[in-house]
Write a protein that binds this ligand. Structure first.
Ligand SMILES: Cc1cc2nc3c(=O)[nH]c(=O)nc-3n(C[C@H](O)[C@H](O)[C@H](O)COP(=O)(O)OP(=O)(O)OC[C@H]3O[C@@H](n4cnc5c(N)ncnc54)[C@H](O)[C@@H]3O)c2cc1C
Length: 267
C-alpha cells in the first residue's frame, strides 16, 4: 500500500497527535500519522502523573519555561473546548531539611518570575493544606490542575480523523530515503508513505527515528524506568492533592511524589 501526504508525523503519542491536529486545523494539510503500536498513546502519553505542569521547575525565559507556559494555556483551551475535565488539586513542594533551601528558594523565584501563583508556607500552614505532611517549609501552588492525558490523546485522535487525517496504526517507520521532491518512508506491514515533510514525535525512540534520516550525533536517549504504586482505598485520605519533594535541580527528575489523579486514584 502507498500513501501520499503533505506531512507525515512519526509517532501517535500526545505530541504527534497535537502536531497533526494543528497541521490539519490551521494549515489544511494532508496529514498521515504512523504509529507502531496497535493503538495511539500507549507509551508515555498514557503513563504519566497527569499533572498540568505549572512551569515552576524551569528557569524564566528558558525554552522549557516558555513551552510549558504556552503548552499549559493551549492544553487548558483544548480541554475546556472538548469538555475534558481539568481538576484543580493544588500542589505542595516540601522542604524536609534546610539542605533543601537553596533549591526551594530557587523554585520560588522561578515561580514568581514565570507568573505562577505561589505561597511560602511554614510547617503548620502546610498541614492545613495536606494534614499528613511533615516538613519544615512548603511551596503551595493552589492553581495546579490534573487531567487524564489518555482522554486528551483519544480526543485528539478523534479530531485528527474528523479533519481528514489518516492514522496508520501498527505501522513502524523503518527505512527512509529522500529526494528533492519528497521523503519516502517504508513501514512495517508493507506500507510506503511519500510526504513533503516529516515531523518526528517518536518519544523515547526519537534518536532511532532521527538516525533513519541520517542524523549522526552522540546525543541519545537514556531511558530510566519509573514505577507507580497506587494507594489502597483506606490510605487515599493521606494525600489530598499533589505532594512533591524539593528536587535536585541538577537532575531531570522531580523526586518521589504523590499525585491524586483526575480519576481520584492516589499514585
Ligand atoms: C513517569 C512519567 C511521568 C510523567 N508525568 C507527567 C506529568 O504529570 N505531566 C506532564 O505534562 N508530563 C508528564 N510526563 C511527560 C509526558 O508524559 C511526555 O512528555 C509525553 O507523553 C511525551 O509524548 P510523546 O508523544 O512525545 O511521546 P510518547 O507518548 O512516548 O509517544 C511516542 C510514540 O511514538 C511511537 N513510535 C516510536 N518510534 C516509532 C516508529 N519508528 N514508527 C512509528 N511510531 C513510533 C511510539 O509507539 C509512541 O506511541 C511524564 C513522563 C513519564 C515517563
Amino acid at each position: 500500500m502507498e500513501v501520499k501526504a503533505d506531512v507525515c508525523v512519526v509517532g501517535g503519542g500526545i505530541l504527534g497527535l497535537s502536531c497533526a491536529y494543528l497541521a490539519l486545523k490551521e494549515s489544511k494539510k494532508e496529514v498521515v500519522i504512523l504509529e507502531k503500536e496497535e493503538e495511539v498513546g500507549l507509551h508515555q502519553s498514557s503513563r504519566n502523573s497527569g499533572v498540568v505542569h505549572s512551569g515552576i521547575y524551569y528557569p524564566p525565559d528558558s525554552y522549557k519555561a516558555r513551552f510549558c507556559l504556552k503548552g499549559k494555556k493551549l492544553l487548558k483551551e483544548f480541554c475546556t473546548k472538548e469538555n475534558i475535565p481539568l481538576v484543580k488539586r493544588g500542589k505542595l513542594i516540601v522542604a524536609s531539611s534546610e539542605d533543601d533551601f537553596p533549591a526551594f528558594y530557587k523554585l520560588k523565584e522561578y515561580a514568581e518570575k514565570n507568573g505562577i501563583v505561589v505561597f511560602e508556607l511554614n510547617s503548620k500552614e502546610a498541614k492545613e493544606v495536606e494534614p499528613y505532611v511533615k516538613c519544615i517549609k512548603a511551596l503551595h501552588l493552589p492553581e495546579v490542575e490534573v487531567v487524564n492525558f489518555s482522554d486528551v490523546v483519544l480526543k485528539l485522535a478523534e479530531r485528527v480523523a474528523e479533519f481528514g487525517g489518516e492514522i496508520l496504526k501498527g505501522r513502524k517507520a523503518e527505512k527512509v530515503s529522500k529526494s528533492s521532491q519528497e521523503i519516502v518512508i517504508e513501514c512495517s506491514g508493507g506500507v510506503t508513505v511519500r510526504a513533503k515533510k516529516v515531523i518526528s514525535c517518536a518519544g523515547l525512540q526519537s534518536d532511532r527515528v532521527a538516525a533513519l534520516f541520517g542524523w549522526k550525533s552522540s546525543v541519545r536517549i537514556i531511558p530510566f524506568k519509573g514505577i507507580y504504586y497506587k494507594l489502597k482505598e483506606e490510605w487515599k485520605h493521606l494525600c489530598r492533592g499533589l505532594i512533591y519533594p524539593t528536587p535536585k535541580l541538577s537532575l531531570p527528575f522531580l523526586g518521589i511524589h504523590l499525585t491524586r489523579t483526575a480519576l481520584e486514584e492516589v499514585k
